[in-house]
Design a protein around this ligand. Structure first.
Ligand SMILES: Nc1ncnc2c1ncn2[C@@H]1O[C@H](COP(=O)(O)OP(=O)(O)OP(=O)(O)O)[C@@H](O)[C@H]1O
Length: 254
């Protein structure tokens, strides 16, 4: 059975001034699966990830061309409001970045501004469900009024995942979400990513090939702005087609 496609990119180019950072990239990202972007430093993984929720719009010198569709809808169309888009396509960053607010308010903020709750009871419910899904509810339920920054790094990252989930997104973009975490917190977040794919389409940038192999079903290998190879994670790691992919996964480039 063919899998449902959630995101379809065709002929995407990205420029930072004269720097051609992404070169004619086309890819189809599967619904409710984890797709990993791997490749050497500076190859364009984060740049391409940021195309998917138009975060590159916030970088003055950045220009994106090509066709990028979420469920068939052109996300670069002038009718699309990037703020609404980012509620549908949530993002988790490398460094946990809770707002300087309480744990509760970190999660409640997005649903409040997007009018997702009719009253306080509904908002409470969204906060609890989001924190449960982010596998952190039990650790924070008795301290919801304390600052998000009072949590450990691993807890802060799960709080940020809870915050991203709270606006009921369809897609979660994760840019090296474990790079600031210790091995135990990393294992917890990886386990969480595996659960999240039941509900969301997840795209993760990672420097760790072990992590890509553990958490993803699909892998895209980028090199010098090109998407060199894309396919089933097992295949990419055991029997890659392109010699550049093989060199990277065996540690000869990177
Ligand atoms: N905000 C920016 N302004 C200007 N150039 C940028 C910006 N972000 C990225 N670039 C350039 O775009 C290219 C791709 O960078 P990008 O961060 O997407 O790569 P990456 O594969 O995610 O790298 P890393 O693994 O080191 O995070 C690089 O040449 C980088 O210098």
């Amino acid at each position: 059975m063919s899998k449902e496609i959630k995101i379809e990119a065709k002929g995407i180019d990205v420029f930072y001034g004269d720097n051609h950072a992404i070169k004619d990239v086309s890819v189809e990202i599967e619904n409710k699966a984890v797709t990993a972007f791997i490749g050497p430093s500076g190859c364009g993984k984060s740049t391409f990830l940021r195309c998917i929720n138009r975060m590159n719009d916030t970088i003055d010198i950045c220009r994106v061309t090509g066709d990028l569709r979420l469920e068939g809808e052109d996300i670069y169309a002038s009718s699309v409001d990037p703020v609404q888009l980012r509620a549908r396509v949530g993002m988790v960053f490398q460094k946990p970045n809770p707002f300087p607010k309480s744990i509760y308010d970190n999660v409640a903020y997005g649903p409040s501004i997007h009018g997702l709750a009719k009253n306080k009871a509904e908002l409470d419910e969204i906060v609890e469900q989001s924190l449960r899904r982010a596998a952190i509810w039990d650790e924070v339920k008795d301290r919801l009024d304390q600052p998000g920054t009072s949590l450990s790094g691993g807890q802060q990252q799960r709080l940020c995942i809870g915050r991203a989930i709270a606006t009921a997104p369809e897609v979660l973009l994760m840019d090296e979400p474990c790079s600031a975490l210790d091995p135990i917190a990393t294992a917890q977040v990886e386990e969480l990513i595996d659960e999240l794919r039941q509900t969301y389409t997840v795209v993760i940038v990672t420097h760790s090939m072990q992590q890509a192999a553990r958490v993803s079903q699909k892998t895209a290998f980028f090199h010098l702005g090109n998407l060199v190879e894309y396919g089933e994670t097992d295949k990419i790691f055991t029997n890659p087609e392109d010699s550049r992919t093989e060199s990277y996964i065996t540690g000869r480039i990177g």
